[in-house]
Every structure is written in structure tokens, then in C-alpha cells.
Write a protein that binds this ligand. Structure first.
Ligand code: ADP
Ligand code: MG
Ligand code: MG
Length: 252
């Protein structure tokens, strides 16, 4: 599904990613871990196509198509979802109306008519029941006064409704209390299937107690310096990142 080949990327002329190779197949859950500043969020942003980031070498293929030159919106329409794309408060726009607009925009880009209101309501009902989201929440203004957990709930709801092929969740340091962790983990576990893939970015091993990844990769200085199975996350929790950095530097 996703094939990243020797990816180099920079922001404001500063090289951040220095040769990333990563392949994600449908049905897989991958975790990217690594110390602060190693380039995790940059990788997420580059895959999603955020404008500030420039690919200087290598390529990103999504379903056999090179997507490096596509705008973020076009990538989203092809099924790439990045959490926290809409962190702003939008007074007067409810969680439900926001997602209706997003879904119809995606359909329009594919040349489809708006989703019939009846189908939309059915989908909203099914997904909100699956994720145990109550009706009151759906009518609240987006992000207005949301707690950390509510922001997560909204993100996971967006993910459920948009049914992305590749969901990238960048779990930044803020707002990840135990409730928020559970919301993210339950959501991902309920939504994952053999047809989609998930890339979770975190430096918290704890999240990976709830979402069990098939592969764990450690990013350091803009490169994946170690990959393994879920046991690697436990090893990192026990021993920290220093040994991985040392190994990487010794191998260079
Ligand atoms: P991580 O998510 O692993 O903590 P980031 O990808 O956020 O790491 O950052 C990697 C490096 O890139 C850091 O040195 C950071 O300062 C720099 N960086 C990331 N985004 C920007 C930006 N928009 N402008 C300038 N520097 C950036
Ligand atoms: Mg950071
Ligand atoms: Mg980050």
C-alpha cells in the first residue's frame, strides 16, 4: 500500500529526513518510535503532503502511484488520513456537519454526488455506536472547549467516517492521558481491517500496550535505525533510546 524509498525531506532548507525506507502492506499496523526531534512528525507530514515540507530525494508510492507531487487534499481523497489535520476551533460548526462536509468534498473530488442524507445519518449512527460516542457530542462545535480526550474522540470519529486506506496517527506529547490513550486504541482496534493500514507515531510505549503493532521502527536523526516486532517497543521502554542511537552510530 505504502512504499517509501530513500526519502529525504527538508523544512526551511534544513534537512530532516535522510533516507527513509518503509513499506506498509494492507492489514498491517506499524509504529514509529524515536526520541523527540528525530523527525517523526516530519515523516507524518511529508506522507500526508503538508506544504512546508520539501521532498529533496527519494519517493513515496501509495497503491503503486507516486504521490510526492500531489497536494495534501488529493492524498486525502485517495485515502491517506493524518490525525490533527484540523486542530482549530470552528465555532458554530458541529462535529457532524464538519464530517458531512468532508465526506461530500471527497465524493465530489471523485465525481460523485453528495451522499444522500439518509445514508449519511445511518453511517453516523453506526460509527458513533461502534465508537461509543454519544449524540450530544456530535452536535457540539468542533474543538470548542474540547478536552484532550474529546479531541481524540473527534479525530477517531473522523477517521471512522472517512474510512481511510492508510491512517497516520501522530500522537504528540500533549493531551495523551490514559482516557485519551484508550479512546485512540479502542478506535484503531475497532476500525482496523485487512484492507486498511495504520501508522502510529508515538514516543510512548504505553500506547502500544493497547494497540499491538505488527512492526516497530525507531527513527533517529531522520533515519529508521532499527525495526522489529512488538517486543522492540518493550525493549525501548526498559532500556530507553540510547543503545539504539549507539548501535546506529557504530554502524555508520
Ligand atoms: P519529532 O516529531 O520526532 O519530535 P519533528 O519531526 O517534529 O520531530 O522535528 C524534527 C526536526 O525538524 C526538529 O529539529 C524540528 O525542530 C525540525 N522541524 C520540524 N518541523 C519544522 C518546521 N515547520 N520548521 C522548522 N523546523 C522544523
Ligand atoms: Mg516532537
Ligand atoms: Mg512529533
Amino acid at each position: 500500500m505504502l512504499k517509501i524509498d530513500n526519502l529525504h525531506a527538508s523544512v526551511e532548507d534544513k534537512a530532516i529526513l535522510r533516507g527513509i525506507n518503509l513499506e506498509i502492506k494492507a492489514g498491517e499496523v506499524h509504529a514509529i518510535m524515536g526520541p523527540n526531534g528525530s523527525g517523526k512528525s516530519t515523516l507524518a507530514s511529508v506522507i500526508a503532503g503538508k506544504e512546508e515540507y520539501e521532498v529533496t530525494a527519494g519517493s513515496i508510492q501509495f497503491n503503486e502511484e507516486i504521490i510526492d507531487e500531489l497536494a495534501a487534499e488529493e492524498r486525502a481523497h485517495k485515502g491517506v488520513f493524518l490525525s490533527f489535520q484540523y486542530p482549530v476551533e470552528i465555532p458554530g460548526v458541529s462535529v457532524t456537519n464538519f464530517i458531512k462536509t468532508a465526506i461530500n468534498a471527497t465524493r465530489k473530488a471523485k465525481g460523485l454526488e453528495d451522499m444522500p442524507a439518509k445514508d449519511m445519518l445511518k453511517m453516523i449512527r453506526e460509527k458513533s455506536e461502534l465508537l461509543e460516542i454519544d449524540r450530544k457530542f456530535l452536535s457540539r462545535s468542533i474543538n470548542e472547549g474540547f478536552s484532550g480526550g474529546e479531541k481524540k474522540r473527534n479525530e477517531i470519529f473522523q477517521m471512522a467516517m472517512l474510512e481511510p486506506k492508510l491512517a497516520i496517527l501522530d500522537e504528540t506529547d500533549s493531551g495523551l492521558d490514559i482516557d485519551a490513550l484508550r479512546i485512540v486504541a479502542n478506535g484503531v482496534n475497532k476500525l482496523k481491517s485487512k484492507d486498511n493500514a495504520v501508522l502510529i507515531i508515538t514516543h510512548y510505549q504505553r500506547l502500544l500496550d493497547y494497540i499491538v503493532p505488527d512492526f516497530v521502527h525507531v527513527l533517529h536523526n531522520g533515519r529508521i535505525v532499527k525495526s522489529g516486532g512488538k517486543e522492540l517497543a518493550h525493549e525501548l521502554e526498559e532500556k530507553g533510546y540510547d543503545w539504539v542511537k549507539e548501535e546506529a552510530e557504530a554502524g555508520q
